[in-house]
Design a binder for this molecule. Sequence first.
Ligand SMILES: Nc1nc(=O)c2c([nH]1)NC[C@@H]1CN(c3ccc(C(=O)N[C@@H](CCC(=O)O)C(=O)O)cc3)C=[N+]21
Length: 287
Amino acid sequence: MAKVIDGKAIADAMMNELAVRIESLKSDHRAPALAVVLVGSDAASEIYVRNKIRRCEQLGVRSIEHRLPETTQQSDLLGIITSLNNDEQIDGILVQMPLPTHIDEKRVLNAIRPDKDVDGFHPVNVGRLSLGEADAIAPCTPQGCVTLAKSVLGPDLSGKRVAIVGRSNIVGKPAAALFLAENCTVQMLHSKTESPQQLAAQADILVVAAGRAHLVDESWVKPGAVVIDVGINRVQQPTGSKLLGDVDFDSVTQVAAAVTPVPGGVGPMTIAYLLHNTFQCYLKSVG
Ligand SMILES: Nc1nc(=O)c2c([nH]1)NC[C@@H]1CN(c3ccc(C(=O)N[C@@H](CCC(=O)O)C(=O)O)cc3)C=[N+]21
């Protein structure tokens, strides 16, 4: 049986460290502030917002929510982003994805000030990350994946073979950039990849961010590999709704050295890095 990687515990430890640093700045500076904009409703986004608010409270970070109806016009959303951009009291801005289809996600991401872009989705931050620049704001979930892999394999990942299933702009692509920056050998697998199982089964670290419940079973996993499950699929069951990962945990645990659970794996790490990124933006802002 594989080791279960406790993302919740690692996130808690990161938060405790952050709480101390925020507390120590309190007497001289305003509190850090994070604004979240949610348009319409989306199950995964609701979980995220709920946990984010709780964590902000624990850390003494001011949390600002803009909950807008599904029918919100793009121009109104852009107006809110502009006012958050210009508000010197706000350090981080996060617009929940996905947006309703009548809104152009690209326009919205482009509108966020790069130095407040705590998601790291603005083209300037994507470019900095791809150039390997140290001051890039890197996306939260991929940073969590790297930290979870290091929790098992130690801080030096150089030479490790990494396979990433899924090529989204918010997880797969930035995860590839971050593992490359760790000197890993990175391979991207996606829906058009031939024999993805065979390729995945060569990886020391397998990151699964495909958005399909239980896509990956033990046939994809090299014995002794570390498996990071990014999936959050809400499925209805007779007993109520349940969260399923992209990894079939019971199957993969037979061959892997370590696996992240869902919930309790990548999710809490995403929130921890959201607060980490917010704190970094805050440090730059207050000097
Ligand atoms: N601009 C943007 N950035 C995002 O990072 C983003 C987004 N939009 N839209 C939605 C998805 C989803 N997402 C989650 C993060 C944490 C948990 C989380 O805390 N999960 C916990 C709790 C689960 C629970 O409470 O049931 C866990 O897996 O253990 C869930 C979902 C971030 N996303």
